[in-house]
Write a protein that binds this ligand. Structure first.
Ligand SMILES: [Fe+2]
Length: 281
């Protein structure tokens, strides 16, 4: 049973819908980081695709310990629900002093579902800037492409390079554009990735306390945010630096569709963007 307090909150979900990822710095304890690094050397045993996650990585697996930490279990349940299916795992290795980066891509073939998988990326050791790190393009997750169709693009405005300390986690929408950057150090760089598929309809799986979002309310408000009162509409309307006018509009409509899908509020809108498109008298 996952405590409500370990689920993602409304603001985190809105940020995931807008940007396609969430980042959690230094949340995995060092003993697990060290144990995972040792396990990588021995080889991390994978289950067959489609195995319930609860049947994967039994104790004393360090990866299992990481996945069962309350914060990690909570974010998994918030995004893909209880006991998702294991899809695949990979230990991504970037060799020392390599001469090229991985081309920008989205994983798998083009995927037009509204339901989404998540990919957890776990960085068990420090990744300084000269080690490259994984690169992401925030907000690109709904721009559906066929794997490496975007490989020619270099250095998009607003890209995020994962420079981080050991024990950092990323959770990604499966469609986000990403790549592994060039490692210019003398050390190998490791990143562990696991993809998970939902087995339930992804409807209000997170901690929706204080989300005023009755069906038809156009402007849900967070009433008890610690930092600021910020509404979903504001977060979903925020542009990414790579948006130009037309693509920004398209992505905001895509975000509205996703928020409606996960909240069940079929009348939610950002300003008038979706409502206008639905006006067919
Ligand atoms: Fe990838």
């Amino acid at each position: 049973m996952i405590e409500q307090s370990n689920l993602l909150d409304n603001k985190q979900m809105a940020l995931f819908v807008a940007k396609g990822y969430l980042r959690f710095d230094e949340v995995i304890p060092d003993d697990i980081n060290h144990a995972v690094m040792a396990e990588i050397d021995r080889g991390i045993k994978a289950s067959p695709a489609g195995t319930p996650l609860s049947a994967c990585y039994p104790d004393p697996s360090p990866i299992g310990k990481m996945l069962r930490l309350p914060l990690v279990a909570g974010l998994i349940q918030s995004l893909v629900g209880p006991d998702p299916l294991f899809d695949h795992q990979a230990v991504h290795v970037r060799q020392p002093n390599e001469d090229s980066a991985q081309p920008l891509h989205a994983d798998s073939i083009i995927d037009t579902r509204t339901a989404f998988d998540i990919q957890l990326m776990y960085f068990p050791h420090d990744v300084p800037a000269n080690m490259g790190g994984t690169l992401l393009l925030p907000g690109s997750q709904y721009r559906r492409v066929n794997e490496s169709d975007i490989a020619r693009y270099q250095n998009m405005l607003g890209q995020v390079q994962m420079v981080c300390k050991a024990g950092t986690l990323l959770v990604l929408h499966h469609g986000i554009w990403h790549c592994g950057r060039q490692n210019k150090t003398n050390e190998k760089r490791y990143m562990f990735k696991v993809r998970l598929n939902p087995v339930v309809r992804q409807l209000r799986l997170w901690n929706t306390d204080n989300l005023v979002s009755d069906v038809g309310a156009s402007k849900p408000i967070f009433t008890k945010e610690t930092n600021a009162i910020e509404d979903v509409q504001t977060i979903l309307a925020r542009s990414e630096p790579w948006f130009e006018d037309a693509s920004g509009r398209l992505e905001i409509v895509n975000r509205v569709k996703m928020w409606r899908y996960i909240s069940g509020d079929d009348r939610f809108d950002v300003h008038y963007w979706m409502t206008r498109l639905e006006n067919t008298p």
